[in-house]
Each structure stands twice: as structure tokens, then as C-alpha cells.
Design a protein around this ligand. Structure first.
Ligand code: 13P
Length: 306
């Protein structure tokens, strides 16, 4: 008798071929999803991939809604499926289009920079998008000196510390990163005195300044591969540990805090991937009047740093 996983995997392969589909997953996804994904990456790598997928008709996006929206905006001719439509991002929900419109009116000379963790409507109102992998470089390349940065205040602070531009932050935050205190960094240093500590720039300024490395999830994978350190403390969503450990079996990785858990990133599983390929639902699409200006903001990011 074949077990549940074997049955699902066989069904998945058949449906993938039938639909001419590709599975894309963010680094925070659960192991059974990461193991079947054709491509895994950070937000920037996934947007690059979504923009350049010749020969495929369907993208199954295992991440959260704004990521699937980015895939649909950059590849509008493809069908984008999000296996669980309730997979939102509370950070992205911290600013609405109307709030951004009103804020922009107060700063007519400022550039508007939206972190990719934002709604399609907010991207459409922005001059350019950024991810944590490229925020400083994209902001540096802007002609304006004043920058409205939405929605993450912690990434905005990190950018402000690394650019000459005047950054005006929106007061949003990621619950899974903002919850960690600098005391956790001090405790990790005591517990693992030989370890290097890397954190995501969505962590608070106190945590960022106490850490040794600040990088996107893709940057963490590169750093872990290249560093001479054998022990690494990881200050980002705990799903990240799976890929770090799998790709670096000779090194030890420790979570900075067990509280760094994104509940909506954990909503995808094999059943839901198979179901969505069978029913071709739920689909993510962005209306043309929003997709066109949002695509401009995303393509400007890709053109600046690719
Ligand atoms: P990365 O772009 O570093 O993968 O970050 C994604 C994210 O949403 C962090 O919470």
C-alpha cells in the first residue's frame, strides 16, 4: 500500500505535466512544499523568476498573496494559483491605497518606495518597489532626496542607516520579526559564544545593530554557504532553518527566537497544491488599471539591480 505522500506526489507530477505548471515557493514554506518546488527563493529572486518563465502556462505560488500578485503582475499571460487564498501578509495590510494617496499629498516632492510586502494597489501608487535584498541600492539610485518608505518601519530604518537620502517611514511592521528583542541577541551570544548572528532587516533597529550580519533570506543562504563560521544563529522566520540545514549539513543553525513564526506562510501543503492544480482555483489576478502602474514600479526595481 502506498502512503499518503506517495499518492499525492504521483498525482502532483501528473497534474503538473497536464497543466504545464511550475511550482514556485518562498524560503519560509514548510518542508513538504519546499521539497516539491521547482524553484525556491527570496522575494527578489522569486520576482525575477516570475518575470522570466518562458514555456509555462501556470504558476503555483507557494507563499503569501502579495507574492502571487507580483507573479501575476509580471507574467500577466500566465494563470497564477495560490493554493490557499487566505494566506495574507499582515505587514502588507498595514497601509491601504487611500492612506498612501493621502500621505503622498503631504510630500509632493518625495519619491514613493514600496517594500514588495504591500498590496498591488500600493505598488501602483509607488515610483519603485524594493525587496530586502536591494532596498539600499534602489533608494540610492533615485533622483529624489526625500523618500516615503512604506510599509515597513524597520526596513526603512535599515535603509536610512545605509543611505544619504532622507527616509520618511510608514509605521508598519512584520509581526514575526518585530516581536524579537535585543535581549534575545544577547542571550544567543551567551548560549552560542562561537556563533555568528544573522538577522533579517525586518527586525527592530536594536536587534539589527546587535547582530553581525543583516540580510534577506537569499542573502542568508549565500552567507551561510560562504562563511567560515560553523555555527550560525538565524534571526528570521523559522521556516528558513530547513533550507539552511539541508544545504549546509556540516554547520549548525539555531533559531534566534521560537516566536519568529509566520502563520500564513504555513498554510500551504501538498494536498492544497494538488487540489489547486486539479480545480485550477484559487486564481490570483490583478485588474489592469492597477497591474499596469504596479508593473512599472516592479520593473524599475528589476532594471535597477538585475
Ligand atoms: P525576503 O525577501 O528576504 O525573502 O523576505 C521576505 C519576507 O517577507 C520577510 O518577512
Amino acid at each position: 500500500m502506498r502512503n499518503r505522500k506517495e499518492v499525492l506526489l504521483e498525482k502532483l507530477e501528473r497534474l503538473k505535466a497536464q497543466r504545464n505548471a511550475l511550482i514556485i515557493a518562498h524560503n519560509y514554506q514548510v518542508p513538504e512544499v519546499l521539497d516539491v518546488a521547482d524553484y525556491v527563493g527570496d522575494s527578489f529572486e522569486l520576482s525575477q523568476k516570475a518575470a522570466d518563465l518562458p514555456g509555462k502556462d501556470v504558476i503555483v505560488f507557494c507563499g503569501v498573496l502579495f507574492m502571487a500578485e507580483v507573479a501575476s503582475i509580471l507574467s500577466p499571460e500566465k494563470t497564477v494559483l495560490l493554493p490557499d487564498y487566505t494566506a495574507g501578509c499582515s505587514l502588507a495590510d498595514m497601509i491601504t491605497g487611500d492612506e498612501l494617496r493621502a500621505w503622498k499629498e503631504q510630500y509632493p516632492a518625495a519619491a514613493v518606495v514600496s517594500y514588495v510586502n504591500s498590496s498591488a494597489e500600493v505598488k501602483a501608487l509607488s515610483d519603485v518597489c524594493v525587496t530586502s535584498a536591494n532596498a539600499v541600492a534602489v533608494v540610492d539610485a533615485l533622483p529624489q532626496e526625500e523618500v516615503l518608505f512604506v510599509p515597513d518601519r524597520n526596513l526603512a530604518h535599515f535603509v536610512a542607516c545605509n543611505t544619504e537620502k532622507h527616509i520618511i517611514p510608514w509605521d508598519g511592521y512584520c509581526e514575526s520579526h518585530d516581536c524579537v528583542k535585543p535581549e534575545s541577541v544577547a542571550a544567543a551570544r551567551r548560549a552560542y559564544p562561537d556563533a555568528v548572528i544573522m538577522v533579517h532587516p525586518e527586525c527592530t533597529p536594536g536587534v539589527v545593530s546587535a547582530a553581525d550580519q543583516v540580510c534577506s533570506t537569499g542573502g542568508m543562504l549565500r552567507f551561510a554557504r560562504e562563511t567560515e563560521h560553523r555555527e550560525i544563529v538565524v534571526g528570521t522566520e523559522i521556516g528558513m532553518l530547513y533550507r539552511l540545514r539541508k544545504e549546509n549539513p556540516e554547520k549548525s543553525f539555531y533559531a534566534l527566537s521560537g516566536d519568529m513564526l509566520c502563520p500564513t506562510m504555513k498554510l500551504m501543503n501538498l494536498e492544497k497544491i494538488v487540489d489547486c492544480l486539479e480545480s485550477m482555483q484559487p486564481q490570483v489576478s490583478v485588474p489592469e488599471n492597477i497591474a499596469v502602474p504596479a508593473r512599472k514600479a516592479l520593473e524599475r526595481m528589476l532594471a535597477t539591480v538585475s
